[in-house]
Design a protein around this ligand. Sequence first.
Ligand SMILES: [Zn+2]
Length: 390
Amino acid sequence: MLITKAIKLRLYSSQEKQYQINQIREICLWLYNFLGKERIKAWKENKTIITYSQQQNILPQLKETYPDLKLVHSQTLQDVVRRLDYSWKKFYVEVRKEKVGLPRRKWLEKYESFSYTQNPAFQLKRSQLWLSKLGWMNIRKHREPIGEIKTCSLLVKNQKYYAVFSCEIEAQPKIEVSSIPKERQIGIDVGIGKDNFFALSNREKQTNPQFYRTAEKELGELQRKVSNKEKGSQRREKAKLELSKKHEKVSNQRKDFVFKAVKKLRDNYDLLAVEKLRTRKIMERNQEQNPWYSAKSLHDASLSFFLLALSHRVEETGGRLVKVNPAYTSQRCSNCQQLASRKLELSDRVFVCAWCQRQEDRDINAAKNILYQAQITELGTNFVNQGKIW
Ligand SMILES: [Zn+2]
């Protein structure tokens, strides 16, 4: 099975090239909004649906009317149509079910990248990247792209330039579940409270990194700085850039932290079990109106990123990620499997079993139950009779 992996490398280019890159970006944005307007018009007037191929077919004609488009590679232009089509396809489907707004026009700030979608339009040689319409540029290759490079995108973020390669690699064959030894199986209870990141069935715990606290404070201050400045003023733009840079830094720290945690888990375990529903809840909670710099939202964003990265990594390396039914994972005793008569409150940190008197950290108890569930569904057994008392 093939999987896609993205790798992002810093790009160093002359001022002139930077100018050209941004010019291409602006032309792409113009095309995006131009074709978007056509779709809006067709929809508003008589609910007509315009397709990808219709818009792609008028590109040669548009190039004649708007010669600036010739400064952009044809693959890149087609990719613009594809991006627009992607947001509209969603709209066409959703509008039938509920009232949704028309896809909006985009602004340069949010239109950060453009893409080359087939190999002859880009070439990678040692630490140099060649792009059609732009020529050779230096890149910092701190990592080597692996597998087959399918597409190359240029990304401009916070006044820095990047090349993002999407590579296709062959996934390792799946490990046979029955051959996974007990010590390479683990249950993971992801943290709902904002202090715990996750707890494992082997009693290990991962707390949230310290930088969350600092980030919450600093991002909050920068956010206030932006709101205090007059709209449209230079000072406000400056403050916005500062905030955006800080946010990028925090996001990099978070990625770093998550990748390390994922790597460690995958190195040590082949069967990893998580709860099905809670995963979804976190993703949903992530959409809620938390200020995007609060420790809680940082925590939630990290958790959903963690779960995503974990499933990618496991898939890539042939391991098993089992998602179990979350019913009773926190209410059951992981020692004797009896259910507690009442649900635990979020403030109850310790699970005390009324049947076997076992006391266990609440999250670790849940992690053990999650693993137990996975063993039952995947293997039909939990290996050992975990010290049942009857
Ligand atoms: Zn018990």
